[in-house]
Design a protein around this ligand. Structure first.
Ligand code: NI
Length: 174
């Protein structure tokens, strides 16, 4: 197992549209395990492959309090949407920012599970929001894209400042 580096906004590779997974093999299982380790460690409740610079249609999620309800969705496609809800969202690729985003309340998703079986699952509540947020990542889209350009600029500037601060701290440790 290995913790992976999470790309942060405005990294250009967060904008890559992920390709479908064609083979479910040991290398993919390893990637899935690493993504869970990275997500739990962060900590976050969802992680898309795009965020760890792996551009295939794969996402992991776990919204349980005990981190014992892991979900793996491979090549997910939304086949049904219903209702609207507004949730305050954050993102491991936009650390420290939380904004309200409107999404479907319920989604039905067709995907390959960990075993490679084609399945359909209906998601509600936080898991529904999470799956939609992670699926956006696979299309190169971030939750800040739902905000105004002015707000996005402010976030970009603030993150840049934080990054400088962080690298300075690293230098001090050396
Ligand atoms: Ni995210």
């Amino acid at each position: 197992m290995a913790k992976l580096k999470i790309l942060e906004f405005p990294h250009p590779r967060l904008r890559i549209r992920a390709k479908p997974v064609e083979t479910i093999n040991e290398a993919l299982y390893q990637k899935i395990e690493d993504m869970f380790e990275t997500m739990y460690d962060a900590p976050g409740i969802g992680l898309a492959a795009t965020q760890v610079d792996f551009h295939y249609r794969l996402l992991v999620a776990d919204v349980s309090a005990e981190n014992n309800e892991p979900w793996v969705l491979i090549n997910p496609v939304i086949i049904e949407k219903e209702g609207l809800e507004v949730t305050e969202e954050g993102c491991l690729s936009v650390p420290g920012y939380f904004e309200e985003v409107e999404r479907a309340e319920h989604v039905k998703v067709s995907y390959l599970d960990r075993a490679g079986e084609q399945v359909q699952t209906g998601f509600d509540g936080l898991l529904s929001v999470c799956v939609q947020h992670e699926m956006d990542h696979l299309d190169g889209k971030l939750f800040v894209d739902y905000l105004s350009e002015a707000k996005r600029q402010r976030i970009r500037k603030r993150l840049k400042k934080n990054r400088r601060h962080r690298s300075h701290e690293t230098a001090a440790i050396l």
